[in-house]
Write a protein that binds this ligand. Structure first.
Ligand code: SF4
Length: 119
């Protein structure tokens, strides 16, 4: 058995969570003040996920890059592969907020979307 300490980031309360693991299996979660904390801890302990925020090249416009993010968290372990993919991508100007730069990014189910305008 092993123990992991986490801070729940699902709300500003920031509960300190303790996750007990048996191998990769979560045995128990404590320290959470609500069910969202347990859900967060189970996901975080087994497969941490984050929203990827980065820049993509813009073609044919005045701006050289535009900021993008995944529209939902993706597995943290995919970030190196995600950055390789991002370097291959470009988007044509003009770009509006919410433009889907790549659908189903790395087959995660998340879309990579623009978060700024680019001319
Ligand atoms: S466990 Fe619940 S109350 Fe605590 S930080 Fe997470 S969401 Fe907020």
């Amino acid at each position: 058995m092993s123990e992991k300490k986490l801070v729940c980031v699902s709300c500003p309360m920031g509960c300190e969570l303790t996750v007990v693991l048996e191998g990769k299996e979560v045995v128990s979660v404590s320290g959470n003040r609500c069910p969202r904390g347990e859900e967060y801890a189970r996901a975080e302990a087994v497969e941490p996920r984050r929203v990827l925020m980065t820049l993509v090249r813009v073609e044919g416009g005045m701006d050289r890059v535009v900021s993008v993010k995944t529209d939902r968290p993706i597995p943290l372990r995919l970030f190196p592969k995600a950055m390789e993919r991002v370097r291959e991508l470009s988007v044509k100007a003009p770009v509006t907020i919410g433009t889907v730069v790549e659908k189903d990014f790395l087959t995660t189910g998340a879309n990579l979307i623009a978060t700024r305008f680019a001319r």
